[in-house]
Design a protein around this ligand. Structure first.
Ligand code: UDX
Ligand code: ADP
Length: 455
């Protein structure tokens, strides 16, 4: 059997690698139109950083795992085609800023139709709005089609930074199909593939629309928890309540659960905002204004949380940041990834530059992406991987990613080479507040009252 992934990104690359490691008798080919990306997948320096990925790629590459730009050839020979191309938010026309741009998806569908010389199973892996499979089925099974195509929805729930573990030990695998004879047969084939390493009881089959909507809903619920706790963090900062104590207290209620209750500078990543706006767009399309407004408020709180942090800096740093050096520790949208898509660090850097601050950025893995994200901005920005170098002469530290290395920095050494009074804003609550305050920092963490050496 030949399995093909179209799109060698953060989803396609790790997913095909784990599948290849678990199914040695199947040949896997990952194709992409981006030559540089494919070259990187075939080299020592993979295009994405993900713990555990390097080893797994090395073990399987050129055995039963291949990376190629020969999209059409691979698709022609494939029995199961997973489509994991990107589905960015539309930037033009109807639904701009909300709806998914399905241009790439449709092109992919037409290409599959043109090059195929056998029946195939086509699997949606990217997050797409509900009913995309319907459109896909109509294109693929049009009058022009000489072969039969079964469309399945198999959303991926991996989180970056823990992708390999999430793929090896998923909470569940979801497979949606049309509920006719062919659809159910195709779905069974995919179930058998996953059964190579996933326990049967964790493989859930549904109708195709439930599967598509479940992915949007899972991301909306996860993001909603973060916005809920972040909204409460604003209240904690005004009172003597402490958000970590509140999180712990509510998380011990088994109905609520203790995960995804970490107050932060706000969520980032390629999925949450995009999927919620998509859900809102869909809801509006069906005339469900209240439903759309409800979910959109999750994104609004996330924007507010980032603005609040910059306001807190301004208010406490004598109402001006102009000409002051701010050292940002962490640019990735979360720890253990090089990915910076929708990272809170991007919009916060923009806001700080508008205040004419001087920005020094440090990150162990995301500096290259940060440079691309900020390429068009005017103002003083420097990039230095070493946090000690980056913070020399800074007025303030600003922690935006919870990298482990930032927990154990020598904050005394950093304090000694900073301007005074020295400020520390921790957007991830990872530092020892009292210790940093005792060193001399004015300390501000999310969801706690400030520790200041002045009134
Ligand atoms: C998310 C979903 O978790 C995953 O199931 C889906 O497939 C893709 O989208 P990802 O964006 O990779 O995964 O990372 P995730 O761990 O969900 O974190 C998203 C953002 O939320 C990060 O910026 C993270 O720092 C933030 N976050 C997460 C919080 O601020 N607080 C939390 O308690 C958890
Ligand atoms: P994700 O996080 O969803 O994996 P990425 O942007 O990391 O998103 O990856 C998507 C990949 O899909 C990119 O490498 C892009 O070049 C690739 N891609 C987009 N359109 C096509 C296409 N028509 N054929 C092959 N690859 C494509």
């Amino acid at each position: 059997m030949n399995i093909v992934f179209i799109g060698a990104g953060y989803v396609g690359g790790p997913t095909i690698t784990v599948m290849a490691s678990k199914c040695p008798e199947i040949q896997f080919t990952c194709v992409d139109i981006n030559q540089d990306r494919i070259n990187a997948w075939n080299s020592k320096e993979l295009p994405i950083y993900e713990p555990g990925l390097d080893d797994l790629v090395k073990k399987n590459r050129n055995k039963n795992l291949f990376f190629s730009t020969n999209v059409e050839e691979a698709v022609k020979n494939g029995d199961i085609i997973f489509v994991s191309v990107n589905t960015p938010t539309k930037t033009f026309g109807k639904g701009a800023g909300y709806a998914a741009n399905l241009e790439y998806w449709e092109k992919t569908a037409r290409m599959i139709l043109d090059v195929s010389t056998s029946n195939k199973i086509i699997v949606e892996k990217s997050t797409l709005p509900v009913k995309t499979a319907d459109a896909m089925a109509r294109i693929l099974n049009s009058d022009k089609a000489k072969y039969h195509f079964d469309i399945l929805s198999n959303p991926e729930f991996l989180a970056e930074g823990t992708a390999i573990n999430d793929l090896l030990h998923p909470d569940r695998v979801l497979i949606g199909s049309f509920e006719n004879e062919n659809g159910i047969k195709a779905r069974q084939k995919l179930v058998e593939l996953y059964q190579n390493w996933v326990p049967k009881e964790k493989i859930l089959t549904t109708n195709i629309w439930s599967s598509e909507l479940s992915k949007l809903t899972a991301n909306a619920f996860l993001a909603q928890r973060i916005s809920s706790i972040n909204a409460i963090s604003a209240l904690c900062e005004e009172t003597d309540a402490n958000i970590e104590e509140v999180s712990k207290a509510i998380g011990m209620d088994t109905r609520i659960g203790n995960k995804f209750l970490k107050a932060s500078v706000g969520f980032g990543g390629s999925c949450f905002k995009k999927d919620i706006l998509n859900l809102a767009y869909l809801s509006r399309h069906y005339g469900l204004t209240e439903v759309a407004d409800y979910w959109e408020s999750v994104v609004n709180i996330n924007e507010y949380q980032k603005e609040r942090l910059v306001d807190r800096m301004l208010n406490n740093m004598f109402r001006t940041l102009s000409g002051k050096k701010i050292c940002i520790l962490g640019f990735a949208f979360k720890a253990n990834t090089s990915d910076t898509r929708e990272s809170p660090a991007i919009s916060i850097t923009k806001k700080l530059l508008e205040e004419r601050a001087e920005i020094s950025i440090s990150d162990p893995k995301a500096i290259e992406n940060a440079k691309k994200d900020l390429a068009d901005l005017e103002g003083k920005i420097s990039f230095t991987e070493d946090p000690y170098e980056a913070s020399k002469g800074a007025h303030s530290l600003l922690i935006l990613t919870e990298w482990d290395i930032y927990k154990d920095l020598d904050y005394q050494k950093i304090y000694d080479h900073m301007e005074k009074p020295a400020f520390l804003f921790d957007g991830r609550s990872i530092i020892d507040r009292q210790k940093c305050y005792d060193i001399g920092f004015n300390v501000f963490t999310i969801g706690t009252s400030s520790l200041k050496h002045f009134d």
